[in-house]
Design a binder for this molecule. Sequence first.
Ligand SMILES: [Zn+2]
Length: 302
Amino acid sequence: MRWEDLRSSSNVEDRRGEGGGGGGIGFPGGGAGGLGIGTIVVLLIISYFTGINPAILIGGAERMGGGNSRQEQADPQTQAKRRQAPTDQSGQFASKILGNTEDVWSQILPQQTGKQYTPTTLVLYTGGTRSGCGSAQAAMGPFYCPLDKKVYLDTNFFKEMAQKFGVKGDFAYAYVIAHEVGHHVQDVLGILPKVQARQQRASSKAEANALSVRVELMADCLAGVWAKNSNDKYAELEQGDVEEALNAAAQIGDDALQKRSQGYAVPDSFTHGSSAQRQRWFMAGYKSGQTKACDTFRSANN
Ligand SMILES: [Zn+2]
């Protein structure tokens, strides 16, 4: 992927190196005296990919009802520091992918849906920070908070993806960011609040999970829509890039993760969809480039 020439976003909030859990809540186990870093990393990966952790979208939605929506308030000096453009590679990469999603979505969302696109903010952090949906921890993996309209990403996450799951390649990482931006697009389109209401009415955990799967697969599809339209305009994709994203989708499907962690898969407990589903929906968006191809709620065969 040729990402170096893409436009950097000005909507990055760089909180890396600020330390702490953004309010005193540290890692599970209390840091050095508790769980070892290896255990934490494993928890991080499992909780992210299985979606067990409440922060991933639906948890964000659950928290919406909980009234825990304190806004992060930093002093002016800290705020100015956060607004400085990242100079390291992973920070610049994230900023350029975000900038590119802004360029693409602000063009195609009005064309395809008649709705204006308002950009999300990408918060880069390490370890922990405060989000509008409560404390953000590295162990939660990347997530979108509908309350403050921000995406939270611990940049070490990409390293873990490569080490633990063999998910490698810049386009695989771009897909992760585009998936979270996809949740923001769902928010702009008014889909997230509707799903949240339906989840609250759900009569079983399995039913709520099934709704979650549809939301997640739609975000995968929207990531595909972004990739197609971006590549048509900027031609940044190289041979093997789409395969990188498909490999990521395969490695992080609920069935693959559950089989890896417990030896078998339990479809009712899926919150993100199977490997095959995630690949299929990414490709549905990528082949068509159309948001209307991403209606996972109308599709019987999701
Ligand atoms: Zn998601």
